[in-house]
Design a protein around this ligand. Structure first.
Ligand code: NDP
Ligand code: 8X3
Length: 253
């Protein structure tokens, strides 16, 4: 195995689970995030179990210059990226439109939309040069249905859904696969971030259901990435069995 997967937002949750999954399969990994100590800890964990190479890239995806500078200085041996998993993202706040904080909205749009674009623009030329590649964009069920107090988080994931479709059309001529993954509730640090550290509200997100795990999503992404070169899963919505849509849950009472 001499393949490279780049995973953004690998310091927790779905990104971390993807890093472990792809490392077990022998991929060399570029892992990114803002929390460098988490990246270093993950590197140590993976290296103790898997004979692969890891490159840690430490930047905020909202910072266009930091993203551009990082990829402009990517070592030659790390440039043949086979798979890009655009996973870094977040929700901040869950407030009605009239009460929501403009800073929260900007953080979500800057991270989930602009950040994904900055990283993709840096990596796509490397895939075009190889005449192949696979971009896996992390959307959400929130990018398929708008729900109460989801406003701008939903808007950011609707944008990811549109960018995913647009990338697939424009990159078709370059033999680059583009896959959108749209999970429902997954138990990660997502809810703690959304509710700004309020443990009670975060825990309530998963009350009465067995949610998806980050490993469920990593397994699904890995499956999508292992299909024959002529097969591309375009779009995939995945929920736990007790969730049917953004609104309908069969909660244990
Ligand atoms: P986590 O909070 O556990 O992980 C989020 C990851 O994104 C972290 O590694 C974090 O790294 C990174 N990240 C966030 N902001 C930035 C930034 N500005 N720059 C760089 N990295 C950043 O949540 P999840 O694993 O659940 O979320 C991963 C993705 O999955 C997100 O895009 C989310 O919207 C999506 N998703 C999640 C669902 C869920 O229910 N959990 C359902 C559907 C989609 P660091 O803080 O170190 O920078
Ligand atoms: C995360 C899932 O339903 O909280 O994207 O929007 S949801």
């Amino acid at each position: 195995m001499n393949k490279i997967a780049l995973i953004t937002g690998a310091t927790s949750g779905i990104g971390e689970a993807c890093a472990k999954k792809f490392a077990e399969a022998g991929y060399n990994l570029i892992i990114t995030g803002r929390r460098i100590e988490r990246l270093e800890a993950l590197k140590t964990t993976i290296e103790s179990a898997c004979p692969i190479k890891l490159l840690l890239l430490h930047f905020d995806v909202q910072n266009r210059k930091a993203v551009e500078d990082t990829f402009a200085n990517l070592p030659a041996e790390w440039q043949n990226i086979d798979i890009l998993i655009n996973n870094a993202g977040l929700a901040v706040g869950r407030d009605s439109f009239e009460d929501a904080d403009m800073d929260d909205w900007e953080t979500m749009l800057n991270t989930n939309v602009h950040g994904l674009l900055y990283v993709s623009k840096a990596v796509v030329p490397l895939m075009i040069a190889q005449k192949k590649g696979h971009i896996i964009n992390m959307g959400s069920i929130a990018g398929k249905e708008v729900y109460e107090k989801g406003n701008v988080y939903c808007a950011s994931k609707f944008a990811v859904d549109a960018i995913n479709k647009a990338m697939r059309i424009d990159l078709l001529k370059h033999n680059i696969k583009v896959t959108g993954i749209h999970p429902g509730a997954v138990e990660t640090e997502f809810a703690m971030v959304r509710f700004k550290g309020d443990e009670r509200q975060a825990a309530a997100t998963y009350n009465g259901i067995i949610p998806l795990t980050p490993e469920d999503i990593a397994d699904t992404i890995f499956y999508c990435s292992q299909l024959p070169s002529h097969v591309c899963i375009n779009d995939l919505v995945i929920t736990c069995t007790q969730q049917a849509s953004a609104y309908y849950f069969n909660k244990n009472t």
